[in-house]
Ligand binder design. Sequence first.
Ligand SMILES: Cc1cc2nc3c(=O)[nH]c(=O)nc-3n(C[C@H](O)[C@H](O)[C@H](O)COP(=O)(O)OP(=O)(O)OC[C@H]3O[C@@H](n4cnc5c(N)ncnc54)[C@H](O)[C@@H]3O)c2cc1C
Length: 158
Amino acid sequence: MKTLQHDDKKLIEEVIRDCDICFIGMADTDGTPYVIPMNFGYQAGTLYLHSAQEGRSISILSRNPRLCVSFCSDRELLYQNEEVACSYRMRAKSVIAWGKVEYVEDFEAKVEALNIIMRQYSNREFKYGAPAVRNVKIWKVELEEVSCKEFAAPYKRN
Ligand SMILES: Cc1cc2nc3c(=O)[nH]c(=O)nc-3n(C[C@H](O)[C@H](O)[C@H](O)COP(=O)(O)OP(=O)(O)OC[C@H]3O[C@@H](n4cnc5c(N)ncnc54)[C@H](O)[C@@H]3O)c2cc1C
């Protein structure tokens, strides 16, 4: 088994689409890290998230808008000998990406972002109440740097 680095955009998007949450990492200006799980939507290299208008994450991002996001799919626990700890492996595909948060303020653009988020979870079409759209904070992150690795990939495959 080996670790593979992938550059194939289609495979990277498959990993992202297979996930139901992502982990958003932020860094406060004093260096304190902060990582939270979030639901998300993804379209054409851009990540969309939604949150309340205030909170620790919004406060950190007001000081440092850069974030790191990680996704992990296709996890499978493997072992060669059940009794030998160092023979255990976790097969998985993982994507890490970096970008800078911008907030979407335009009403129609917020609705479109909510649609992109909902498409990650459902094929239905949704309508949103105007107060809900106004109250929600929409994060838009163009992913600038993306890394994809596959762990414990079988040797027989390239
Ligand atoms: C599966 C999943 C999906 C989620 N999806 C979303 C989403 O799409 N949008 C969204 O806004 N939130 C989502 N959340 C909640 C999210 O993880 C944060 O809790 C939330 O966004 C509030 O973050 P905040 O920085 O404003 O926290 P604040 O409300 O300011 O938090 C105050 C304190 O609570 C603690 N805290 C905050 N969040 C967590 C946490 N997740 N776990 C443990 N302790 C915590 C920290 O100590 C923090 O300092 C999701 C949570 C889970 C488990």
